[in-house]
Design a protein around this ligand. Structure first.
Ligand SMILES: *Cc1c(COP(=O)(O)O)cnc(C)c1O
Length: 345
């Protein structure tokens, strides 16, 4: 078998959810958009439901429909994009709860499904999704008489706890919602770590569940092991890979491993990134190809059969740094070619 193996540690996801839950006295939901941050929404959501998660968030109604299949009736499924044209049947038949973002969405929802529950998404400065203060002021009365289950907003700078945008958005959220008898949610992973005034009644962690920053204490979830296809010795002065970008300064032993940028191993990370063999870091050498990467294994005895590309040494954030990106992008880019396994005791 040559395909790299991606192992998703469901025990680690469960432990991360419990650890984030223990940081607050309020309900902890789970964000499972984008196929559970690339980790596989069915298995991830079922495990989190078993741990006690009662509320899930997805980006679009189609994801909500797939999630309902996995979870069955019961857990609340909230949709960030709200009630879009064409979503009515999914929302109504599958009991999804749209986070209403605008007057248009509110009218669409109340007209098509007058008794169906909905949430409200408010914009407190990120300028991405949600109603702004004037729009909300006009709608607040109408919404209050209806089946409104949650009011939420999203922080733009929660990965930086001392950023002045955080208290600014908090004050704005309070101003727009204080006194309403509806559960509120402001914090994703970063907001949970910023303390109780950000918690309200429901938190919405995503990346921390999957082992990513800013949750320092997260257990790694995604483990990638890549088979070595071939090993060769090169002399000083020989080059490796497309464009001859790496030249051996002294004799070296190069392993060619079976993964590349088609597997989400972003091409730009090449010169900065390492893989691990046991406790030894081995530098990637030459350009990352579509399906192959060169690795300097000169110091490894005996010759490795496989290398660790993601795991305890190389977290999603370590790899992300090598590519100048964030752990979220590494996770969601992992792609369809892996042999996927789920680990659960
Ligand atoms: C993705 C997302 C989350 C989860 O954020 P993390 O930083 O991954 O914890 C929460 N709320 C909204 C609106 C989101 O888009």
């Amino acid at each position: 078998m040559t395909a790299a193996t991606l192992t998703i540690d469901l025990d680690a996801i469960a432990a991360n959810w419990r650890a984030l839950d223990a940081k607050t006295n309020v309900e902890t939901a789970a964000v499972v958009k984008a196929n559970g941050y690339g980790c596989g929404v069915d298995r991830v959501a079922r495990r989190l439901a078993r741990e006690g998660a009662r509320r899930f968030f997805v980006a679009v109604a189609e994801e909500g429909a797939e999630l309902r299949q996995a979870l069955g009736p019961g857990p609340e499924i909230n949709v960030f994009s709200g009630h879009m044209p064409g979503d009515t049947d999914m929302i109504g038949d599958l009991g999804l709860v749209p986070m209403i973002n605008s007057l248009d969405q509110m009218l669409r929802h109340l007209e098509a499904l007058p008794d169906a529950p909905f949430g409200i998404q408010l914009d407190t400065g990120m300028n991405r999704l949600g109603m702004e203060p004037a729009e909300w002021a006009a709608l607040r009365e109408i919404a209050t008489g209806q089946n409104m289950t949650l009011i939420m907003s999203h922080l733009a700078c929660a990965d930086d706890p001392v950023h002045p945008m955080n208290p600014h958005q908090l004050a704005m959220f309070r101003e727009m919602t204080d006194g309403m008898a509806v559960p509120r949610s402001l914090a994703a992973t970063g907001g949970i770590l910023m303390g109780p005034e950000y918690h309200f009644e429901v938190t919405r962690p995503g990346v921390g569940l999957y082992g990513g920053q800013p949750f320092d204490a997260a257990q790694p979830v995604a483990h990638v092991s890549v088979p070595v296809i071939q090993i060769r010795d090169v002399d000083a002065g020989e080059t490796v890979g497309y464009g001859n970008t790496w030249t051996a300064r002294e004799p070296a032993r190069i392993a060619t491993i079976a993964a590349g940028y088609a597997d989400g191993i972003i091409r730009a990370m090449g010169p900065q990134a390492h893989v691990w063999v046991g406790g030894t870091a081995c530098k990637m050498v030459g350009r990352v190809s579509m399906d192959l990467i060169g690795v300097d294994v000169t110091c490894v005895e005996p010759e490795p059969q496989a290398v660790e590309l993601l795991g305890h040494h190389n977290t999603v954030d370590v790899l992300a740094d090598a590519a100048g990106t964030i752990g979220y992008e590494i996770l969601t880019a992992l792609g369809g070619r892996y042999h996927r396994r789920y680990y659960e005791t």
